[in-house]
Unconditional design. Sequence first.
Length: 242
Amino acid sequence: MDPITAIAASGLRARMESLDLLANNVANAGTGGYKADREFYSLYVAPEAADSDPFNTMPVIERPWVDHSQGTLHATGSPLDLALSGRGFFAVNGPNGPLYTRNGNFRLSADGRLVTSDGYAVRSDQGAPLSIAGTLPVQVSADGTVSQDGAVIGRLEVVDFTSTAGLTKQGNNYFRAAGPAQTLSPASGTTIEQGHLEASNTGSAEAAVRLVGVMRQFEMLQRAVSLGAEMSRHAIEEVAKV
């Protein structure tokens, strides 16, 4: 394969990976608390390549990363809808250990526990599920203290991490700490807004603009592949004439 075609083909592969990330972001533009996937680019250099040869470098997506910037908070009026203003995550009891989410669209289970839409129990700062009497109004203060009829029944566990790079997506808007080295602590300076939800931090307009840009780049790379193939064909024909 000639260098032009090889480089263009590598670029096409990187653009296809970008399209996959964009498609996932667009699909979750309406998901509460969703954090967009982004890409980090680098250049692959073959071990045997000479440093001075620019045709031995290939564009690649070195790794995807998650944009943890906060989405817009919007009012819902539901007392069990909670949004975080600032850093941190709600902690919930997943099927295989603690999970973390920014989606505060909670509800009350049949046995009186505060749970996520998937039925995972929301944790108190003591690590236990938070139980609520369904017959009484619920008040949640800015620091996560949950009260009913003037009596405190617990406090939500809201945690932050030394680095969000150690968090991995688990699907359905949950994150899991990647390993024991990932240190968590109570979120500092974060407030809870009752009756609000955090929107996805990937806007439909932004995703549409990026999608158009990626498609245009894809088309240019396709033309480069065609050009490389045409040049190779002409070269073969000229050699055949000789």
